[in-house]
Ligand binder design. Structure first.
Ligand SMILES: Cc1ncc(COP(=O)(O)OP(=O)(O)O)c(N)n1
Ligand SMILES: Cc1nc(C(=O)O)sc1CCOP(=O)(O)O
Length: 723
């Protein structure tokens, strides 16, 4: 067999010690593993006379030759020469590579154990055929290992040898089994070089059914892990300089809407103090909370399409065992896990708990304050006081730390603080939202984890967008609550915050928006039935305020043509933060970049940038009502741009006009043909409500009644020319 054809995917290393082999026959075990598809075998025997070793190795060689699979001998060049097998594996304390090569010749396969970059470069330089990189995890099979390097250590070695220009085949070894093999491979692979496979001893030799065990390992090795998403893999394929920084803002609204529409399960393993608040936050954002700290339940819960939050707030041995069970269940189900290492650096117990959890499974998001993230990174020399959030790092150091941790763990890392930092290991974002008030009530940090879990459950294929959307939803709601006149302290803040979380969701989810186009003072004398346009717009603004429909306003060249007419100003003031934009423009269309990229407008025209690749959700679109002037210029161009971007457009016929009345009918006919709905203000309002049982019905009917005379006049004055 040519060296380049060797299949390293599953590399079997033997061990005849009773603790591993038990009463099984080694030849039989190896035969079964070969039948399953093991591509290379190493005879590793720490006890026995040379003659005995040679005999055993010869017997094994007969078996491996039948399967056309190379047999290597661990440490012993003499045994390999005596048997005439394909090669050897040597460690750092064994015969040096150059001597082994001289004795065995160029055709022999020689593998070298490496546990750091220097050893790896030296082995590659010296002509090793492959590297055995380890020890990944501590293992009872080999207790005299020197360095436990984890997947981060493997990845570092792979990246460095790739940078040095080597393509030497590589496997990793130490504590690898079916429960972690996919994660080991996923997290070990460097950007420029991946592993060729994994080497195992006990996972096959110690298995009751070695063939089934090897088949299972191979099937896991050959398919992507359930927690890796297309997007994640895509971003790993990009080098940092090649990657284009994605514009996330247009994707935020669709995430909030996706949570509302899919009601994902947010499974929280958290402490009693915050359970109630976190559950209320989950409900406010549209998720379905379950507070269960019992690990056994996770196997069932993980199959319900949600996400898990592990909040280490009150860690104890039972809790830790439960976290591990739940983590395993969610990893196996391919559902996301958010890890909140509360107080990670406060005690030795917590530092150890972090290590145990990190080694036990794959975490999609790690969220913590500066001290916690430093501890998770393994770089916290300071003693954390409780769950304190004091800061010693500069902004750029914080950004660098979250990026390095996210890169190392192949996940999304969030460092909370006055400014939050979020990274997917390639890009890093700073978020300056939120209010100090969040720090005055208990459970806000934990419930941010809950919010993130719901978002990521709904948008697993785009984890970083989901995380940022959740953070913006949470922090902007807090800001809005804090600004409310009825909020005077932490007690009044909590209900207001829950209300604002819910309100943002409802506003975003409704998908109904209104556009007020260029209704300006200077147009007054020139526009046909201008007063009717104003009265219909008043009616719409009043109704939009009751129904909490976001409003977008523009003016054309405000300096020359004046502001939006004074009759509408009190209504815009009353609408308050529902006026999402009030922009001046020179372009005729209202579809300005600031409006097109607003979270309320998804990127539906871009072929699904806002869609979830895993769930194939259709792109999101909004239903937009337009009033204003002039119907054949700015209104027409706005409507066409909105249609083009995939939104539904309602042109309110009793709320649009032009200088010459003849233009109006032609413009509306054209827009109808282009796909817009041409309708009346009253028809649109009743369509919006849908049901007389909605709480806002009475208020809207009052508006309709109060404006009945103006509506009649507007219909008479304007529609005669249009329909
Ligand atoms: C594939 C593979 N990688 C590493 C080792 C460890 O070899 P070594 O460092 O020589 O330690 P011992 O196996 O001799 O205990 C290996 N055997 N195989
Ligand atoms: C043979 C060996 N070498 C190691 C190294 O780190 O170099 S760890 C190891 C034993 C691996 O056994 P298991 O798959 O049962 O954990």
């Amino acid at each position: 067999m040519r060296k380049e054809d060797i299949d390293y995917t599953l590399y079997l290393v033997t061990d005849s010690s009773p603790a591993i082999l038990g009463d099984r026959d080694l030849n039989h075990v190896v035969e079964e593993a070969l039948e399953a598809g093991v591509g290379i075998v190493q005879f590793r025997e720490k006890k026995g006379d040379t003659r005995e070793l040679i005999e055993k190795a010869r017997a094994l060689h007969q078996i491996t030759k039948k399967h056309n699979v190379p047999l290597l001998i661990n440490d012993r060049v003499d045994v390999a020469l005596a048997v005439g097998c394909e090669g050897i594996h040597i460690g750092q304390d064994d015969m040096d590579l150059a001597t082994a090569r001289r004795l065995l010749g160029e055709d022999a396969i020689i593998g070298v154990t490496v546990s750091n970059v220097e050893q790896a470069i030296e082995a590659c330089q010296g002509g090793a055929d492959y590297l055995g990189i380890g020890t990944v995890y501590a293992t009872p099979t080999k207790t005299n290992t020197k360095d436990i390097i984890g997947t981060a250590g493997v990845r570092n070695i792979l990246d460095h040898i790739a940078d040095a220009g080597y393509t030497t085949r590589s496997v990793c070894i130490g504590g690898i089994n079916a429960s972690n093999v996919q994660r080991v491979l996923f997290q070990s692979n460097g950007i420029r070089k991946g592993l060729d496979g994994v080497a195992v001893v006990s996972a096959v030799v110690g298995a009751a059914n070695p063939k089934a065990a090897a088949l299972h390992l191979l099937s896991l090795l050959k398919r992507p892990p359930p927690f890796s998403s297309d997007l994640q893999r895509k971003s790993q394929a990009l080098s940092e300089t090649e990657a284009l920084k994605p514009d996330l803002l247009p994707l935020i609204g669709p995430v909030i809407r996706a949570v509302h529409e899919t009601t994902p399960l947010s499974h929280n393993m958290t402490n009693l103090v915050v359970q109630n608040f976190a559950a209320n936050v989950a409900l406010a954002i549209g998720a379905s909370p379950i507070m269960s700290n019992y690990g056994e339940e996770a196997a069932d819960l993980s199959k319900l399409g949600g996400a898990l939050v592990i909040n280490m707030g009150t860690v104890n041995p039972d809790g830790l065992a439960n976290y591990m069970k739940a983590l395993k269940a969610y990893n196996e189900a391919g559902r996301p896990v958010v890890f909140d290492p509360v107080g990670a650096g406060a005690t030795t117990i917590r530092r150890e708990a972090v290590k145990t959890i990190m080694a036990a499974g794959y975490l999609d998001v790690i969220k913590g304050n500066e001290g916690e993230i430093k501890t998770v990174f393994g770089d916290n020399k300071e003693q954390q006081r409780g769950v304190d959030s004091s800061s010693t790092l500069s902004a750029s150091d914080k950004a660098s730390l979250v990026r390095r941790l996210a890169h190392r763990e192949k996940c999304v890392v969030v460092m909370t603080g006055k400014t939050d930092y979020v990274s997917d290991g390639i890009f890093t974002w700073a978020i300056d939202n939120g209010t100090p008030r969040l720090g005055e009530v208990t459970g806000t940090g934990c419930s941010l984890g809950t919010t993130i879990s719901a978002a990521i459950a709904s948008r697993q294929a785009d984890r970083v967008t989901a995380v940022i959307a959740a953070m913006l939803h949470f922090e902007i709601a807090a800001e809005l609550a804090d600004e409310r006149p009825d909020v005077s302290g932490p007690g009044t803040f909590i209900p207001a915050f829950l209300d604002e979380l819910s309100r943002i969701r409802m506003d975003t989810a409704s998908g109904n928006l209104s556009c007020v186009c260029d209704i300006q003072e200077k147009f007054g004398p020139a526009i046909f039935e201008f007063d009717k346009v104003i009265s219909t717009t008043r009616k719409l603004l009043l109704s939009a305020t009751h129904l909490r429909i976001p409003i977008f306003v523009t003016t054309q060249n405000r300096a020359r043509l004046g502001d939006t007419v004074s009759e509408l100003q009190p209504l815009l003031a009353q609408a308050g933060d529902l006026v999402r934009a009030d922009l001046d423009k020179t372009r005729f269309s209202m579809w300005l970049p600031a409006i097109a990229s607003h979270p309320h407008f998804s990127s539906s025209s871009s072929g699904g940038a806002g869609a979830d690749a895993t769930t194939s959700q259709p792109p999101q679109s909004s239903e937009v009502a337009i009033v204003g002037i002039e119907s054949h210029i700015c209104v027409t161009q706005t409507a066409l741009d909105l249609l083009n971007a995939g939104h539904s457009v309602y042109v309110i016929a009793d709320g649009v006009s032009s200088t010459r009345k003849e233009e109006v009918g032609i413009a509306l006919a054209r827009l109808r043909q282009a796909g817009a709905v041409v309708t009346t203000s009253e028809s649109w309002l009743y369509e919006l409500m849908g049901d007389a049982a909605i709480p806002e019905f009475k208020a809207i009917v009052n508006v309709v009644k109060e404006t009945a005379k103006e509506t009649g006049a507007a219909l008479q004055g304007l529609l005669g020319s249009k329909i």
